[in-house]
Design a protein around this ligand. Structure first.
Ligand SMILES: [Zn+2]
Length: 156
């Protein structure tokens, strides 16, 4: 019933937006590390048609855009997986019916983190199989256009 309908679209890398050069990469203590060099693959998660209607009268909810979040993943090369969860609101006057519904979130290894499962898998393989030091792993990711904070990996 809660089937997830997904579609993917690759959009242009965000490398040419107006970010100032040179100061963000590796900056500490200012929230998330900016990811200006990764291509973004948009992923539209649609609500199932069963879910997006009034359970009382059956009138379809109105779609009003998406709730967006980003997850870093490595798929051949690092990119941003932009999760776009469809949102709908009821279009009727029924009492006791939830007004707004959103497609379920993508599963995450670390809640609130933008780091996807594939990145953490890479880290574990590099660390334990290739016996790489953490700062070397971080350097390598940065060289591939994906600067990540050390705390993302160490859990601090
Ligand atoms: Zn209704």
């Amino acid at each position: 019933m809660k089937s997830l309908n997904r579609s993917q679209k690759v959009v242009a890398p965000e490398s040419s937006n107006k970010k100032k050069r040179g100061h963000q990469v590796g900056a500490k203590g200012h929230g998330r590390t900016p990811q200006p060099y990764l291509p973004v693959i948009e992923e539209l998660h649609e609500l199932s048609s069963d879910d997006k209607k009034c359970p009382k009268c059956g009138k379809p909810f109105l779609s009003f855009g998406t709730e967006d979040s980003d997850l870093k993943e490595i798929y051949v090369r690092p990119h941003v997986r932009r999760i776009q969860r469809e949102r709908c609101k009821k279009d009727c006057q029924c009492d006791g019916v939830v007004g707004i519904i959103t497609a379920p979130p993508a599963p995450k290894v670390i809640s609130k983190s933008q780091t996807g499962v594939s990145v953490l898998t890479e880290v574990l393989v590099k660390k334990y199989q290739h016996e790489m030091k953490l700062n070397r792993i971080i350097e390598e990711f940065a060289g591939q256009g994906m600067p990540i904070a050390a705390g993302t990996i160490t859990g601090n």
